[in-house]
Design a protein around this ligand. Structure first.
Ligand code: 6PG
Length: 256
């Protein structure tokens, strides 16, 4: 693993390929889980969608010697975003994680999927209530925002993350913790459900995974150029939590 930079408060690790990104992410998730279970008895993680996390799901399904085991019965699983489709639809982020990981586990976590089959606005409002009911604020502060232990995020070619697309009204949401909205040009055609920035930035750890040479230009813009309007991924600034970016060499170096 080569630590590339601490660009503007973002700890960036450059790894050989998507498999190495997955292995590193699995280690970070496993250690975060162990710490959370030891201190609070539960680990709450929000999974991102798209294809990048698949290698992580597979590593968590088939851990290798030395991997930190995840105590799944002590884990609450949420989603960073979802497409507005039923859970068995091929485009469902929940369906992808179920097929690639959770359907194979002998010891199950508690799964709290976004109900993509319901009316989007109602589904987003309902999901906020689920998160508020299940996830404690940091330090138990009353009235505080729920503090997820880990939020997995990817990044699209337009700099979107979760389902926060450039120009999306959900980007400016200050109160709701989940929102519904249209996918951006780079997203699939489905309406989306997404966690909003107040909840994402309240997390103890945001873990951003970016793989592939096609992401290189937007990755470097996200890390090096802070011009308005900021890219959605640049709005992920957890505080006091941490943002860690795991990128593969192809995304870091581009087509070079
Ligand atoms: C989604 C994701 C989305 C994804 C990026 C990157 O539902 O599509 O949550 O934000 O992380 O689009 O997607 P890939 O990992 O497929 O490149």
């Amino acid at each position: 693993m080569m630590r590339a930079s601490e660009a503007r408060g973002v700890r960036v690790h450059v790894l050989a390929d998507s498999g190495a990104v997955a292995a590193c992410a699995a280690g970070i998730v496993g250690r975060a889980c162990a710490r959370a279970v030891e201190t609070r008895g539960v680990f709450s993680i929000a999974l991102s969608g798209g294809r990048t996390p698949v290698s992580l799901f597979r590593r968590l399904r088939n851990p290798k010697p030395g991997d930190v085991a995840v105590d799944w019965p002590r884990v609450q699983v949420f989603w960073s975003d979802e497409r507005c489709v039923p859970p068995d639809h091929p485009d469902s982020n929940f369906g992808l994680a179920w097929r690639e990981l959770f359907s194979t586990l002998s010891r199950q976590p508690a799964l709290f999927r976004m109900r993509g089959e319901d009316a989007p606005e109602a589904a987003a409002a309902a999901y906020e209530q689920v998160v508020r009911a299940r996830v404690a604020p940091r330090g138990g502060e009353t009235g505080g925002l729920p503090c997820l232990d880990c939020v997995l995020l990817g990044m699209g070619g337009d700099g979107h993350t979760a389902s926060l697309f450039p120009g999306s009204p959900a980007l400016d949401e200050r109160l709701a913790l989940a929102a519904a909205g249209p996918a951006g040009a780079s997203g699939s055609s489905h309406t989306r459900l997404t966690l909003t920035l107040p909840l994402i930035n309240a997390a103890r750890l945001c873990l951003l995974m970016v793989c592939g040479a096609e992401k290189s230009a937007v990755l470097h813009r996200a890390l090096e150029v802070f011009s308005e309007p900021l890219l959605p991924v640049q709005r992920v600034r957890p505080c006091p939590g941490r943002l860690v970016a795991l990128v593969d060499t192809a995304a870091w170096r581009g087509g070079a």
